[in-house]
Design a protein around this ligand. Structure first.
Ligand code: ZN
Length: 110
C-alpha cells in the first residue's frame, strides 16, 4: 500500500451535531440543481438543452453563454459601413416608430 488510507476513512459521517451531516458538496449540489436551465433547443432532436445556464444568461456555455464576437468594426461580419450595427438598427427602429405614429395621427385626423 503506497499510503495509509484507513486514517482518511475514519470519521466519515460521524459529525457530533444532532442533525444529519450533509457534506458541503451535497448542499452545493442543491443550489446547482436549482440553477436556471439553458433554453436553447437541439438542432437534431428539437429537445431543450437543459444544461445549467451561464450566470446572468439564458443559455449555457455551448449555446452562446460565453458571449458573442467583438462589436463594431472588429467583428468579421462588419460590412456596409456599419449599416447593421446595434446602434444603426436601433435608430431605424426609432424612425419606423415615429413614422408609424405620424401615419396614425394623419389617419385619425381625417
Ligand atoms: Zn445549452
Amino acid at each position: 500500500m503506497p499510503f495509509n488510507v484507513s486514517g482518511l476513512a475514519q470519521g466519515v459521517g460521524m459529525k457530533s451535531a444532532k442533525r444529519p451531516y450533509i457534506p458541503d458538496w451535497a448542499s452545493a449540489l442543491i443550489h446547482a440543481r436549482a440553477a436556471r436551465r439553458c433554453h436553447a433547443h437541439c438542432r437534431v432532436s428539437k429537445k431543450p438543452c437543459g444544461q445549467p445556464a451561464m450566470r446572468g444568461k439564458r443559455v449555457c456555455r455551448l449555446h452562446g453563454g460565453k458571449g458573442g464576437g467583438p462589436k463594431g468594426e472588429r467583428n468579421g461580419a462588419y460590412r456596409t459601413g456599419g449599416h447593421y450595427t446595434a446602434e444603426a438598427k436601433a435608430e431605424r427602429q426609432q424612425v419606423r416608430m415615429l413614422i408609424r405614429g405620424l401615419r396614425h395621427l394623419i389617419d385619425s385626423g381625417e
